[in-house]
Design a binder for this molecule. Structure first.
Ligand SMILES: [Zn+2]
Length: 49
């Protein structure tokens, strides 16, 4: 499952990489990536780092 920019709607959601991406590990040991939308700066979160 993947979640992109909540403000951007469809397009913003899938395109490009995030800004300032950081790898994190979730409580359930899954890897994820946190960052910001390069266009609007909204915080983004993606499972699967
Ligand atoms: Zn955005």
């Amino acid at each position: 499952m993947e979640r992109g920019c909540p403000k951007g709607g469809g397009e913003d959601k899938k395109k490009k990489e995030m800004k300032n991406p950081k790898s994190v590990t979730l409580k359930n040991k899954r890897k994820a990536t946190k960052g910001e939308c390069p266009e609007c700066g909204t915080k983004m979160f993606r499972i699967g780092g």
